[in-house]
Design a binder for this molecule. Structure first.
Ligand code: NAP
Length: 482
């Protein structure tokens, strides 16, 4: 049977797409999920201390608010539970083909259908929504000798809870968002931790993460609109930060001064303090929020190594100064394949175009959601729809305001639709032109930039503007063949 829609992934994006499709009266669709459970990045990231740095009221679906959050900034188990609850409430589980890894997605122009190859057989679909997520493919560092390490290697996104860290000598590579949450949790366990830092991060204190009071929960449950108001206030507070990121970069100095004060109070050793001092504008890489990272870094069993890694050997990590830092366990908090996601290499459109080129090359996209040579294919979390300052769930819902009506139109009219090349080129040009004037154009390396240094990841403007631009399906922007 030909599917109306094949959705790839069952994380926030896939689940939201399913709910919205169904609400639009579309049936006969499935979510292909390579794992045995739904949840995407919130299923995968089970490292100790894993938590969202966006408030739960905002980091949730607008049409599936949860009055029962126990913490204002939830930890991973509660977010994963939220997604499981959403799937239950909206009866989505039966739509998911678990353990189905999509190996290839190719457009068949004769049949006007997408052919999908999975590890459990082939399928065809009239429309495809890629919702595999930007933080799906864990990236191990490409460091000489990593295969020769004789101990256990773990990536934070593939945490093995059976590994006993108690009393062990541990090395951690990376000091990004995942690392700074993991470090405070493992420092009390390990005999020694060497943290290998390539770039110091901007760290701000967590001022608002706290258990939710009972009366607040009651208010969310029983006072109509109460939670929505809190969510809306939280959204606009974040947009103030967004304004500094995209228009008033000089205002970030206030944040940098505050972060310096915080660091100076927490890290009194001048050598360690200097090593932890970032050398780029705050916000160019993701701002980190933690009250426990600096206190962990000043513990006597922790060393911050900044000499640069030369290679990994059987017994540890050798730095460029020739010193071997012995370790029994190596933890890589080294991020994900974002701008070079392997999924992009599996999707072939018209003229054998490869979707990966939209990230790595110059191929144009439309609203970060569709591509001229990929008819009836849409991408959640596509180019320049990721965020540095607000909730990605808001962006997902914005994308769906375009994608769902587009799919509905295509199904109703039996149409082949794709964004006009000129529209996609225009959109991509406009986005590219914005970045140099934003904080992401101030000069730092991050996963926001592709191999050529172009920002192909972050939305370089305020999110309400994206919401305005993605309002509905504009026929005039598309090539349509019926
Ligand atoms: P990340 O931000 O990409 O950080 C990776 C870290 O590993 C960086 O410190 C990086 O150094 C370092 N690194 C990578 N390769 C290395 C190498 N070969 N040698 C030495 N160091 C190396 O990854 P992440 O911390 O997993 O976070 C990814 C994203 O996930 C975040 O930006 C955020 O969007 C999301 N996240 C959010 C939360 C939260 O909500 N609190 C928590 C975790 C993750 P450089 O900086 O020098 O590249």
């Amino acid at each position: 049977m030909t599917l109306n829609v094949a959705i790839i992934g069952s994380g926030f994006g896939g689940l939201a797409a399913s709910i919205k499709l169904r609400k639009a009266g579309i049936d006969n669709f499935v979510m292909f999920e390579r794992a045995s459970e739904l949840g995407g990045t919130w299923r995968d990231n089970t490292y100790p201390g894993c938590r969202c740095d966006v408030a739960s009221n905002l980091y949730s679906l607008s049409f599936a608010r949860n009055p029962n959050w126990t913490n204002s900034y939830s930890y991973q188990p509660e977010i994963q539970q939220y997604l499981l609850d959403v799937a239950k409430k909206f009866r989505l589980r039966d739509l998911i083909k678990f353990n189905h890894e999509v190996l290839d997605i190719t457009y068949n122009a004769d049949k006007k259908l997408w052919d999908l190859k999975t590890n459990h057989g082939d399928f065809e679909a009239r429309n495809v929504i890629l919702a595999a997520g930007g933080l799906a493919e864990a990236r191990l560092p490409n460091i000489d000798g990593i295969d020769s390490f004789s101990g256990k290697i773990m990536h934070t996104a593939r945490w093995d809870s059976s590994v006993d860290l108690q009393g062990k000598r541990v090395a951690m590579i990376g000091t990004g968002a995942s690392a700074i949450q993991t470090i405070p949790e493992i420092v009390p366990l390990v005999s020694h931790l060497d943290v290998f830092q390539r770039t110091a991060s901007w760290v701000l204190p967590h001022m608002q993460g706290h258990p939710v009071k009972k009366w607040t929960t009651l208010a969310y449950r029983f006072i109509p609109g109460a939670q929505k108001i809190v969510r809306t206030v939280g959204y606009w507070r974040r947009e103030m930060l967004g304004l500094a990121f995209v228009k008033k970069i000089e205002k970030l100095q206030v944040g940098m001064d505050g972060a310096k004060l915080f660091r100076d109070l927490m890290v009194t050793d001048p050598v360690l303090n200097a090593k932890l001092t970032p050398d780029y504008t705050m916000g160019c890489k993701r701002i980190l929020i933690s009250n426990s990272f600096y206190p962990a870094m000043v513990q006597p069993n922790v060393d911050l190594i900044t000499e640069g890694i030369d290679r990994i050997e059987a017994n540890g990590i050798r730095t460029k100064d020739g010193v071997l830092h012995e370790a029994e366990i190596l933890i890589c908090a080294t991020g994900f394949y974002v701008t070079d996601s392997p999924l992009g290499r599996k999707v072939h459109g018209l003229d054998n175009a490869l979707l990966a080129d939209s990230y790595m090359g110059d191929m144009a996209n439309y609203l970060g959601s569709s591509f001229s040579k990929f008819p009836n294919l849409f991408m959640m979390g596509g180019p320049n729809t990721s965020l540095g300052h607000n909730s990605i769930v808001f962006m997902h819902e914005s994308q769906l305001n375009y994608i769902v009506p587009a799919v509905k139109f295509a199904l109703k009219k039996h149409a082949v639709i794709s964004p006009k090349e000129a529209m996609a080129v225009e959109w991509t040009k406009t986005i590219r032109a914005k970045t140099p004037h934003t904080v992401w154009g101030t000069g730092c390396t991050s996963w926001y930039l592709n191999a050529s240094g172009e920002n192909t990841t972050v939305w370089p403007d305020q999110t309400f503007k994206f919401r305005q631009l993605t309002r509905g399906f504009k026929k005039q922007d598309h090539d349509i063949t019926v």
